[in-house]
Design a protein around this ligand. Structure first.
Ligand code: TYM
Length: 331
């Protein structure tokens, strides 16, 4: 089998949290050695779909770039770039919208969740978001898309869009595979463990940020919601404890069973202390490296520019092929 082409995207909005780190960023770092190439995109165009401040957006792109580098992405071994630097993404979005139905987009649960009752006021960009996401991946003929569980439906849609394009215009695009981690695909809010940890919908106390100081991490994990029982084991009715088991399993690089075995008979207090130390050890090197990298904005821009050049070289031939197939331009 030929080497996979790995592609994933991350929004430059808000502060990156433990869910992003465990569900996605960790997979990018392991994916960069498998992917030939491995391509990671900071999706600033997606960030325009909700209210935002232009100056702040630029800052957040630099923050996110520095976090990804601090977490272990190496521009020598992967392609790291800013979405808006590669115009092929926007052009392909329009072209793919010809094989995407209104009904497909209407079914997207994330759109419904994000807009709620204010649907009429949501931007058309938010509605179109999954088409841009399909273009991101299909422009590179990527074979693998590492994401957290919440992106499952969007990846299903891009697979369908690729199949439909090929059915209508001839075999051109590659149908990518969804890659979600077996443990940690859905990290939950520490205060409300029925809800996923998220930039917009979570509680501050229930969200561990990648750049949190150790004291803040210990405080948040110390007050994490558990249940009235005393057993450290995974169960549907033990959402808080299950989440903490998954977090510690990932932090230690072991399976969740090993954590259950280790803490059999231990109280929640000792268990939560161990989770806190595990998370501190997981995130401390990232925070320290970030502090070194973030101030040098010229270097961050140089990395993004070099990445964009490589990305363009890969996306342009796909666009030429798609245009040709669709009857655009001269024959
Ligand atoms: P974004 O920026 O919201 O999230 C980035 C990645 O983090 C994962 N994630 C989580 N994983 C586990 N537990 C959680 N609580 C959690 N919260 C977030 C997300 O699944 C994601 O992988 N639409 C995408 C960005 C995107 C993209 C793409 C992804 C744009 N184009 C093409 C893949 C391919 C998004 O908003 O992710």
């Amino acid at each position: 089998m030929s080497a996979p082409i790995v592609f994933s995207g991350i929004q430059p909005t808000g502060r990156k949290h433990l869910g992003n780190y465990i569900g996605a960023i960790r997979q990018y770092v392991s994916g960069q050695d498998r992917g030939q190439p491995a391509i990671f995109c900071i999706v600033d165009l997606h960030a325009l779909s909700v209210a935002y401040d232009p100056a702040e957006l630029r800052e957040r792109v630099h923050d996110t770039t520095a976090i990804l580098l601090a977490a272990g992405l190496d521009p020598e071994r992967c392609i790291l770039f800013r979405q808006s630097d590669v115009r092929e993404h926007t052009e392909l979005t329009w072209l793919l919208s010809a094989v995407t139905s209104h009904g497909d987009l209407d079914r997207m649960t994330q759109f419904k969740e994000k807009t709620g009752a204010a649907r009429e006021l949501a931007s058309a960009a938010l509605f179109y978001y999954p088409v841009l996401m399909a273009a991101d991946v299909l422009a590179y003929k990527a074979t693998e898309v590492p994401v957290g569980d919440d992106q499952r439906q969007h990846v299903e849609l891009m697979r369908e869009v690729a199949r439909r394009f090929n059915g209508r215009f001839g075999e051109t695009l590659v149908v990518p595979e969804l890659i979600v981690p077996t443990v940690g695909a859905r990290i939950m809010d520490l205060q409300e463990p029925e809800r996923k940890m998220s930039t917009t919908a979570s509680t501050e106390a229930g969200t561990v940020f990648v750049l949190d100081e150790p004291a803040a991490i210990r405080k948040k994990l110390g007050s994490a919601v558990t249940d009235s029982g005393r057993e450290v084991r995974r169960a549907p009715e033990k959402a808080g404890v299950t989440n903490l088991i998954d977090v510690l399993a990932v932090a230690r690089g072991v399976g969740p069973e090993a954590i259950e075995a280790e803490f059999e008979g231990a109280g929640y207090g000792d268990f939560k202390k161990a989770v806190a130390e595990g998370v501190v050890e997981l995130l401390a090197p990232v925070r320290e490296r970030y502090a070194e990298l973030r101030p040098d904005e010229a270097a961050l821009e140089a990395t993004l520019a070099a990445g964009a050049e490589k990305a363009r070289a890969l996306a342009a031939p796909t666009l030429a092929e798609v245009r040709q197939r669709m009857g655009l331009g001269p024959a």
